[in-house]
Design a protein around this ligand. Sequence first.
Ligand code: BGC
Length: 771
Amino acid sequence: MKKSILSLIIALSITLISNSQNKQENISTTASTKIDKKVDSLLGIMTLKEKIGQMNQYNGFWDVTGPTPKGGDAAKKYEHIKAGLVGSMLNVRGVKEVKAVQKIAVEETRLGIPLIIGFDVIHGYKTLSPIPLAEAASWDLEAIQKSTQVAASEAAASGINWAFAPMVDISRDARWGRVMEGAGEDPFLGSKVAFARVKGFQGDDLSAVNTIAACAKHFAAYGFAEAGREYNTVDISESTLYNTVLPPFKAANDASVRTFMNAFNELNGIPSTGNAFLQRDILKKEWGFQGFVVSDWGSIGELKAHGYAKNNKEAAKLSVLAGSDMDMESYAYVEHLETLVKEGKVDGALIDDAARRILKVKYELGLFDDPYRYCDEKREKQVIGSKENIDAVLSMAKKSIVLLKNEKVSGQESKLLPLKKQGLNITLIGALANDNDSPLGSWRTSADPNTAVTVLEGLKQYKGNTLVYKKGADVAIGEAAFINEITINTTDKSEFGEAVEAARKSDVVIMVLGEHGYQTGEGRSRTDLNLPGVQQELLEEVYKANKNIVLVLNNGRPLAITWADEHIPAIVEAWHLGTQAGNAIAQVLYGDYNPSGKLPMSFPRNVGQVPIYYNYKNTGRPLAYEDKKMVFWSHYGDVENTPLYPFGYGKSYTDFSYGNLILDKTEISVTGEIKVLVDVTNTGKYDGEEVVQLYIRDLIGSITRPVRELKGFEKTTLKTGETKTVIFSINPEILQFYTANKKWEVEPGDFDIWIGGDSNASLKASFVVTE
Ligand code: BGC
């Protein structure tokens, strides 16, 4: 078998190849040194063509367990695998399929180098957890890490060893469809989540059978697409790049993420895929990233459309020079790199470097020890969809829900939520309430369609009340997978009447409204953030019949629900929560779980406010500008500057109060540390969890600083009546920013600090940083 020949050659060549060929930097552990030696030995026996092959990635192209492809693209790809010209495949999944394709690479090629198998494991594999934006709303890093671990274990059990996740793009623009895939608008929260998710995928041992390589994407600034239009131009300042966009990528690198994916967008005139400043200067040089960079799908070829390269050959050259190590589906490397090296246009050392990085990750995954280590059919059956995984995603789904509003309806004793478990007549309205597909979102990867628990099913578990379901109106019409605005129901109100009549007769109405899962995600930008289709009209009609409405939102982005906020007494943000959506929502509505989520993105009053974010700059004519009757201050004539719901906001069935804010010092040097103590008390009737948040403002900067920046948070559980002291540290790591000196520095001066339950926190103190 090829594998043993390969091992023999490597063993022999280790002794032949001099140590001076080993150019890897920062090798600290013996294991890593051993791997580096093996990689160098292997490189020593590889032809230029084979090295370039490692840099080539293809999409799954035929039923690998069926007949061999004859003719066309599929046959070409198949021949390329056999010739050792493919280093990785994506979208091949399931033990049988992965084994079959791996067998060709391992047993039919000259060197038998295993493939690395990549897949978009965005929020679970088959058992889906909430969309990443929802998970970020939990502010529970341990839970996020655990949920990612579940995703990794299911994907690994299916033969996959590389996740194209986490997406760590910061975005302030709810119009952009991919906000659902990230952690929201804030670099501090985004960095913590990025770190947790990389750890969740990779664990402590990459070669374990339940861990896989992670991929921080999309490098960089994809979330700043102009006007939120997918794939659009990005033009941002250096300060925004360093202080807002890059920190979560840096955090992923600090967590030893093994791969990065570059991005479709251009950044200030240079497409990310051909951007040497991003990939070579920052990522590989400044941050010392040791893994490899994969292009986004076809993004090397897209350099032509960007107007940056005239053909695929030039695109290949620019991309490899810029530090893109692997070509996803552009055919540019496999077809042109060899010639480019032979013509002296690309230095062979760059090919060695890229191939070395890729091979190293394969070694770390244990693929050279056993290329079939992720291919165990028994494990596949045991792990995927296990009871343990279902429980884990249910727990994550509950933690992701955000209570936006909960008030008394006039004449009632208590707030609308949680619902009493006995004696209520409830009407449930909305197509999404009975939809077992939409909660899976658009990045459902391997989940089977129609496998989510619906809200209707979840509520039916509570048998003490009567429950009537009425659709009211469809959200989406037609083939969900191809949904866009055209297939949203904007006309059919024929079932309104029935829903309104049922509502009139009930004690409480629960309305599940929002976006279909396929209205969010890649390629699904929107210019309208209202409830899609006829849903707003349905809401208003039902409200005329019965004001006791609990509005449950299903969506992948902040929506503009200003009318609902003014009229509807209870509003629950329930995102797209994955496989266990309906159970999680029911348990929250009935108070079996006290909601604890906080918004990771500001909710606008209307789409015209977007981009809207809490860490904005004060401007020369800020909100507090003296005479608001004048027009000459930074504002709109028709709507307030503030969002409808701010970043960090979310209610609980209980109440919390804050007090005793103490700083152990009020003056420190640029290297000093302040301990901040605050008492948080549960003053309400239920046990609950609160996310205690710390914000600072650096009042004067060499580059103007935001009015507030999140710099610490802690999620803590408090029994009713209990007080806890939460302690934070203010230190150089959180005070520094990328200054006008183009350095990360702490600038001396005055600082304000606030602590509370959202970004409008009012408990305030101040301190000074001296030289
Ligand atoms: C997306 C990536 C994804 C890739 C592979 C692209 O369209 O931008 O995030 O990983 O496809 O599926």
